[in-house]
Ligand binder design. Sequence first.
Ligand code: ATP
Length: 871
Amino acid sequence: MYENRTVEEVCREFSVDLRTGLSAAEVEVRQRHYGENELREAPPRSLIVRIGAQLCDSLIFVLFAAAGISLLLGEYGDAGVILAVVVLNATVGVIQEGKAEKALESLKRMTQLEAVVIREGKEREIAARELVPGDLVVLDAGRQVPADLRLTETAEMRAEESALTGESRAVEKNSHFLAAGALPVAERKNETFMTSYVTAGRGKGIVIATGMNTEVGRIASLIREAPEEETPLQKRLSDLGKLLSILTIGLCVLLFALAVWQKRDVMEMLLTAISLAVAAVPEGLPTTVTIVLALGVTKMARAGTIVRRLPSVETLGAVSVVCSDKTGTLTKNEMTVTTCYVNRQEYTEQELARSKEREVGKRLLEVFALCSDAGETVGDATERALYGFCENCGVSPEHLRRRYPRKGEIPFDSDRKRMTTVHEQGENWISCVKGAPDVILKRCRYEMEEDKIVPLTRERRTEIETEITRMSARALRVLAGAYRELQTGKMPDGKWEKQVGQLEQNLVFLGLAGMMDPPREAAAGAVEAFRRASVRTVMITGDHADTALAIARQLGIAKRREECMTGAQLETLDEGALEERIGSVSVFARVSPEHKVRIVRALKRAGCVTAMTGDGVNDAPALKSADIGIAMGKGGTDVARQAADMILTDDNFATIERAIEEGRGIYENIRKSILFLLSSNLGEILTMFAAVAIGIPAPLGAGHILWINLITDSLPALALGMDGNDRENLMRQPPRRTGESLFAGGGWFCMVFYGSLIAAVTLGAFFSRQELLRAQTYAFTVLGLSELFHAVGMRSLTGSAFSRSLGKNPLMLAAVLVGILMQVAVTEIPFLMKLLHTVRLRPAEWLALLLLSATPLLVHELLAFLFRKRH
Ligand code: ATP
């Protein structure tokens, strides 16, 4: 719409001043008028729809049929229980689903986009949803475009607009472009659109449309949320669930056939068989997993990790290698220049400040000041450190930048490892270059000594290289500064990238600056914790090998030089050779983002499950190819965040350790919860089957089975899913193999053993009485209670259930108490007694039944004790 209007026209239309942006008062008025800058999602489902979805299940239909049969038979009690169970189950389902949804919703809010705007003359970062038409937005590489913009300024800007145009290559953007008439989106070079990404360069633009009025907003289909993907575990569970359902239903049919053959009451046994099928079919497994994952993910968010895709939580527990950036993740990213090298000498800041009258020192500071986008508090840490260094030495970057305005630039990127700016200096133009010293030195032909420019001899080159190594070995990040005077006549306009040969060749070497970036305090502890958990830490950095190795040594990541490989060495290896070496390399230095992809692939081929951190635009492919891509929440770009599975809100390496621990814990909890559900269900089936097989009356009626299903399936399973974990123990084990069965490591045994035990105690209780009603009441009580005790036991698969106090899991405590109270209620409250055909129990009977029901827990504790003794 605005592609054929000039910047001035657009400014006039939106009443905005390009220097100051909008005023606060104007923003308020527009916010009221235009609303929030957000794409509307589908409206939330109503309660009725949710309940309906819960009831639309084939098993529930069977239950309704069973209720109908009971009514026809005049068994109003059974019909009532069945209907009550259906309603209660649906309610619990809706509540749990709501909880999971809320958790995921609040996560989404945490990853909301931010935008940089100029308002009232000041640059500030705000939530992108607060943008209004007319706002002046600042863009830089890696940022997601927060609304539709008419560009007012661009510097080598490119944007990737595949969400709108389907074109995955980044396209050039140019604020000077002016169309003759209306153009399709893909051709509007002077506009950029919501949801696209800036992949290179910088720019500014005026918001021309927000929210649903943007180009994406108009494509309705894009807004519909992508369906939630099933996690591998959920997939495996649905498969397992289906298999178990068929098995269970088969068994129930067999049970019914057997009962008919034994000439039992057909209708009663039909009801019982149906109830058993309903109770024992593990239809809720995938839902339980979703809830546990969703709640776990909320907990992780509070601890600094935002998980963007649920499946990542499972993968986290299996991670065997963590590849981390150095700067900002393993180190604090608080850089200060501690030393510099000019005129063949090393100076501290104070010394240089005193000797600044020397031309070369002054020149070096000028290059650092001009060739930089940083201010005192804005910009990247390296440039901020240099800014501070210049100021402390008495050179004001702001003043210099006004005096020598920037005419062009080739921005810094991790591949080139350098940055260049072009300035007018009187009659002349100069190019200022700063970057990795090895890279810069290669492009220098002269050096400055005192105030003279002399050729850079081979001896001097070696001397400078030795100095770089010396400074790097002290864990300093070293940057070199160089410059070149240019012939003005031939200066191009625009397309500076094409002028590398002219701007960055035959440079005059000025000197080096060494800056300190101390390691994070918690990082060494995390590396050690990983080592105990058989997880390898690998440092990947664009920094110099010696700097990297020095920091790696301080953190315990590497000891020997052989453990370090540079990007140049990596280039000489083919895929096979890299795969062979990858196991013994712990530090990759001077690598480019593309190398990261090769490293991840080699690690994966070597059988490792890899987590990889990244922050830049070019890191996106590596983040995508890693099993877990981790982006930085503070320092990272929107592009990296979009490509990642997980975001660290504090950029801290130690947070990865907590996340992996949490991932392992969540997986363990899901396993505990599933094994509990399956063993309890097996207990119910075995009880009924054994009774029918040996030809005794059924120990449990249809109502009993459904009642127990209600008190044991929801709360205790969830309580197990949210149980705490033995941190120490979790992080002392090697990572789980991917694709490992849930039943590995004794899972099958656990299920069959406890299932049989529960059946045995239930039948034992039943046999202890002649009178049928009392015997059934016994069996009913013991089955319910023993499953509750079993849930407590399952808090730890190998250790004591009480190694962590039960009070730490209030949900479990509540589940057990509510369960016991409900069991008491059905033997005390006459109405319920009538419904469920139970008799009142005496205190002595209660005590005996409680003791008997505790058997699974007691046996569990005994086994845990024996296990501990053996290990
Ligand atoms: P990591 O991957 O651990 O974050 P890094 O931050 O050191 O590593 P890059 O940002 O890719 O990696 O930097 C690579 C090299 O480029 C640095 O070692 C430094 O020498 C140089 N460099 C860093 N920032 C700038 C900059 N703003 N301008 C010029 N050169 C820079």
